[in-house]
Design a protein around this ligand. Structure first.
Ligand code: NAP
Ligand code: G4F
Length: 322
């Protein structure tokens, strides 16, 4: 039985990844950090409690990573823990770098010292591309990286040090460069979940307006369940690789609003109002990923489309209103 250890196990991706790994026969453990609201913190993985082993820890505290790795002895490590909100990274740039950059470095150092044979997945991000787009309007593994947020910069450091440790010390570390992925378990302050919840609030008469930021940016949105399957395939590939995972289709935030509101029988223009507080100091205007390399190497294809992803979110969120 292979052992997989997940930092960020109680996050959106951590919960789907755990489900997939358990269904494939892996033994799963993970790191959970201390919270003053512990009763809410693990809601995404409470249904898996009896099948997993969790350890208290924090990426900033290397000793906690060391202890967990010594006790669990993993074959696979998925480093998913992060301050993952881009706009908030402008409010907390140093904290974002501590967790996302030096936290990842802590994980790689711990692996080097304690379990150098383990295979490591680093949760890299399309946000690292920033303002850079190839002439054909796609970003891919070879596209230059010019991040435009403290989050993007912090992830670029982790991506780079992962490659450096792979070369320098022969560690098996792969970067999954994942484009935006969502689900019914998405945090409610990310745009898809915010729009779905806001439209439902309007449909059920709880409010009449939804305050939004920039509607003109484009994202390539997939489903977390599909993307976490790609993470497992990446670590089971014979060699460590850096791989883009995306749907290959870009949609604007405006289009997202239109699809969600229309599905619920509403007109978004009647309800969406712009509030500058949701704008970023610098916006990333366009993301569209070319995942040809990953699809061929890993035999991976997404099952969800933009529309079926949003319907899955609407249907799950709506249960709370019925
Ligand atoms: P998420 O829902 O925000 O989950 C992040 C996880 O990290 C949570 O479990 C969180 O715990 C934990 N965490 C935060 N700071 C920590 C710390 N200092 N020490 C230990 N754990 C900490 O994010 P996600 O959507 O699942 O994304 C997973 C990873 O993929 C992240 O690294 C993210 O940056 C990256 N990524 C995400 C996307 C996307 O579109 N979802 C795309 C590309 C890359 P708490 O709940 O206790 O805060
Ligand atoms: O949903 P978002 O906050 O996601 P963002 O910034 O693209 O970051 C997500 O994807 C990255 C991969 O590319 C991950 F690495 C990262 O961890 C995270 O999961 O915003 C998407 C777009 C942006 O252009 C934003 O300006 O939606 C726009 N937007 C417009 N109004 C809004 C809002 N975003 C949020 N969160 N809230 C709004 O009211």
């Amino acid at each position: 039985m292979k052992k997989a250890f997940i930092t960020g196990i109680n996050g959106q991706d951590g919960s789907y990844l755990t489900e997939h790994l358990i269904s494939m026969g892996y033994e799963v453990g993970g790191l959970v950090r201390r919270s003053s609201v512990a009763e809410n913190q693990t809601y995404r993985i409470n249904h898996l409690e009896k099948d997993i082993k969790t350890f208290y820890g924090d990426l900033i505290d290397k000793s906690s990573i060391d202890k967990a790795l010594r006790a669990f002895k993993p074959d696979y490590i998925f480093n998913l823990a992060a301050q993952s909100h881009v706009r908030l990274s402008f409010d907390m740039p140093a904290f974002t770098a501590q967790v996302n950059s030096f936290g990842a470095l802590n994980v790689f150092e711990s692996v080097k010292e304690i379990c150098p044979e383990a295979r490591v997945y680093q949760a890299s991000s399309s946000e690292m591309f920033g303002s850079s787009v190839d002439p054909d309007n796609f970003q891919r593994e070879t596209t230059a990286m010019h991040p435009v947020s403290p989050y993007g910069c912090s992830k670029l450091y982790a991506y780079s040090i992962a490659r450096n440790y792979r070369k320098s010390y022969g560690l098996f570390i792969s970067n999954g460069i994942l484009f935006n992925h969502e689900s019914p378990r998405r945090g409610k302050n990310f745009v898809t979940a915010k729009v779905v919840q806001g439209a439902l609030d309007i449909k059920y008469g709880r409010t009449d307006k939804l305050e939004m930021g920039n509607l003109e940016s484009f994202r390539d949105w997939g489903h977390s369940s599909d993307y976490t399957k790609a993470m497992i395939k990446l670590l089971n590939h014979s060699e460590p690789e850096d791989i883009v995972i995306s749907t290959g289709k870009a949609h604007s935030v405006k289009e997202l609003c239109k699809v969600v509101f229309n599905y619920l029988g509403l007109e978004y223009k009647d309800h969406v109002v712009i509030n500058k507080k949701y704008f970023r100091p610098e916006e990333l205007p366009y993301l569209q990923g070319d995942s040809k390399k990953g699809r061929e190497l890993l035999s991976w294809e997404p099952e969800y489309t933009f529309k079926t992803l949003l319907i899955d979110m609407i249907n799950e969120f709506e249960k709370e209103y019925l």
